[in-house]
Design a protein around this ligand. Sequence first.
Ligand SMILES: Cc1cc2nc3c(=O)[nH]c(=O)nc-3n(C[C@H](O)[C@H](O)[C@H](O)COP(=O)(O)OP(=O)(O)OC[C@H]3O[C@@H](n4cnc5c(N)ncnc54)[C@H](O)[C@@H]3O)c2cc1C
Length: 413
Amino acid sequence: MKVTVIGAGIVGLATAWWLARDGHAVTVLDEAAEPASGASFANGAQLSYSYVAPLAEPGILKDLPKYLLDRNGPLRFVPRADPAQWSWLLRFLAACNASAAARGTASLLRLAFASRDALYAMLAATPMEFDHARNGKLVVQSSAAAMRGAEAQLRLQATLGCEQQALTAAECLALEPDLASIRQRLVGGILTPSEEVGDCHKLCLELARVLATPAFGARLLTATRVERLVVEAGRLRAVRTSRGDHEADLTVLAAGVGTAALGRSAGVTVPVLALRGYSITAPVRAGNCGPRRSITDSARKTVYAPLGAALRVAGFAEIGTTGPTPGRAEALARETDAVFPGACDTAAATTWTGLRPATPTSLPLIGPTRIEGLALNAGQGALGFTLAAGSARLLADLLAGRDPAVDPAPFRP
Ligand SMILES: Cc1cc2nc3c(=O)[nH]c(=O)nc-3n(C[C@H](O)[C@H](O)[C@H](O)COP(=O)(O)OP(=O)(O)OC[C@H]3O[C@@H](n4cnc5c(N)ncnc54)[C@H](O)[C@@H]3O)c2cc1C
C-alpha cells in the first residue's frame, strides 16, 4: 500500500517505521526543514511508562480559579473567543471525575507498557543511539496531603501492573543526596526503578536515518507544508501541499498540534489543543553528577532528567497563550539552582518552548477515521515520547488486521 504520513515528529516517524516494516511504501511530509522541529525537539526526555494518569482528574477542579488568575503558576489558562478551546474545555471538565480518571489511567498504562515493548522491538531490529538509559524515576512530594494522594495512585497502579515504592523523606535523600536543598519541604516520594530517559530529538533523527535505508525505503519530504486534505465522496483523494498534491491509498495524520486544522479541512473534528511547555538543557558541571534518576518535583510540576552530560529540565502547561510567556526559561533555571545548587551551569543552558498536542481526556486518537483512506495518530499530549512506539504499532496492527497488544477501543478517533 502507498502511505503518506503527515508529520515528522516522534509519532509520525514511529508510525512510518512500523508501516514501512510491514512493507508499505511510506512517504513522510513535514513543513519544517528538519525532522523533530515541533514538540519532539527538546521535551522532558522521560520515557514515563508508569506516570500516565490523565491531566483531567477531580483534584484539578478546585485549583481552576488559581490557574485563571496566576500567570506565573505551573498551569495557566487564558480564555479565548475560540469555540474549539471551549468545546475542548467542556470535554476536559466532563472528564474530571474519579471513574473517568481511573479508566483513563488503566488504558494509558496498557498503551505505555505496550509502548515500552514496541520501542524495545524497534531497537532490537534497528539499533538507534539516543542517550537511552533505565535510571528510574523519583517523584518527590512536598505536603502530607500530596503524599497521601500519590500513595493512593500507587495502590491503584499496583493493581494494573506497576512496580513502585513509597519512600520517606530520609529514603529519598539516601537515594538522591542532592535533594538536601529541599529537605525542609520534602515529605516523601514514589520511586519507580523501571522508568527510562532518552533524547527524543536524537531518536527522531535516528528514525529518519533508518527509514531512509533500503530495508525501509521510506521517503522524507521536509519543507513541505500540507495546506489541506482533499475529500471526494467520503474518500481522501489527495493531500494538497506547498509542493503539489500527494495521492496515496492511506494518509496518516500525525501532525501534532497541526492535526486539528488539517482534520477540519477534511470535515473531521479532532479535539487536540496546544498545551505550551518549556525546557532548558544545562551542562552538568565537571565533577558534579547532579541527580542520578529522573526527578519530578510534584509541587512545582517540574521534571529533571539526566541526559548524557546535561540536565534537561521541563515544566509549565499553558492553554490559550498565543506565544511564549517571557521569563519561563529563567524560572526553570532558578528552580534548578534552588533544587540542585551547583549541579549544572544554568547560565549556559539552551532554552526551548514547545506545544503538546493534548486531547481533553489525555487519551490519544489512533485508528481509521470515517473518511476512507484517512487515519489518525495524534493527541499523545504530555506523553508523546513515551507513547509513540506503542501508538504506532497499534495503528500498524489495526491496518494489517493483526490482533493488537492493547484494546484499541479507548483510542478510537
Ligand atoms: C515542555 C515539554 C515537555 C515534554 N516532556 C515529555 C516527556 O518527558 N515525556 C514524554 O513522553 N513526552 C513529553 N512531552 C510531549 C511530547 O514531546 C509530545 O507529545 C510529542 O513530541 C508529540 O509528538 P508528535 O509527533 O505528535 O508532534 P510533533 O513533534 O509536534 O510533530 C508534528 C510535526 O507535524 C508537522 N506539521 C504540523 N502541521 C503540519 C502541516 N500543516 N504540514 C506539514 N507538517 C506539519 C510539524 O512541523 C511537526 O514536525 C513534552 C512536551 C513538551 C512541550
